[in-house]
Design a protein around this ligand. Structure first.
Ligand SMILES: [Mg+2]
Length: 239
């Protein structure tokens, strides 16, 4: 079970710092973790450090920064593919750009630089062009990822799909039916990967399409609740 966070598990908020994780959500994830014998991972554009702060005391297997970093089910970290230092020249350039375009937010991660323009949607073209120019200066090994009201420069050639594929090669995920739930353009690759590997690809909202869909994060909660309860009530699960 692979679950995106913002817009999927949590309601989409106007600023990346806003969403609050409720104890109800923590309890749901914990129940899923137990019912699926540990095979639940968060797959997010946020860093794993951020996810840990938000979901504490839970520390689930996770893919952070669109797959740039992964925490395996034994708690160990898989090594980053490309050092984030490759982004440093763009970091400098984008900080200067921000001064010219008020309202745009630069989120600096170790393996990515994200320009959020949710507060000023009118500047999308300007921001995307700047991100493309900045990436072009850096050459190979840097990718552009367009999300909803965000464009991100990413170091390395990994993404949510490659993160899901890597998890599926490891216990306790390997040999199981993959489920991916996501709401955003950054989830498309993982949704396609899961659908192509006999799994359940679930789109949330109207931004992306998949064989299955749910309306919003409320519907995600309700569905997960039913899913977990069904497993808990299977004969032989002690319920
Ligand atoms: Mg999302």
């Amino acid at each position: 079970m692979f679950v995106d966070v913002d817009g999927t598990l949590l309601e989409f908020m106007p600023s990346p710092n806003d969403p609050k994780v409720t104890n109800e959500t923590r309890a749901l994830l914990l129940r899923a973790h137990i019912a699926l014998e540990g095979a639940v991972a968060l797959v997010s554009g946020r860093s794993i450090d951020q996810l840990d702060l938000m979901f504490a005391p839970l520390r689930l297997p996770a893919a952070g920064q669109h797959g740039q970093e992964r925490r395996l089910s034994d708690g160990s970290m898989s090594g980053a593919v490309t050092p984030g230092a490759v982004l440093d020249p763009a970091r400098h350039r984008l900080r200067k750009f921000l001064r010219k375009v008020p309202g745009v937010l630069l989120e600096e991660k170790t393996m990515g630089l994200a320009l959020h323009f949710r507060r000023v949607p009118g500047v999308e073209d300007k921001v995307v062009n700047e991100a493309i120019s900045a990436a072009a200066e850096l050459g190979d090994g840097v990718e552009i990822q367009l999300g909803s009201m965000v464009v991100e420069l990413k170091a390395g050639r990994v993404n949510k799909a490659s993160a899901v594929a890597a998890f599926m090669d490891e216990p306790p995920f390997t040999g199981r039916v993959p489920v991916f739930i996501g709401d955003d353009l950054t989830d498309v690759g993982a949704l396609e990967w899961v659908a192509a590997h006999g799994g359940l690809a679930v789109a949330v909202g109207t931004r992306v399409r998949a064989p299955y869909w749910l309306d919003d994060s409320g519907a995600v909660h309700a569905w997960l609740m039913e899913f977990v309860a069904a497993i808990e009530n299977e004969p032989g699960n002690g319920g």
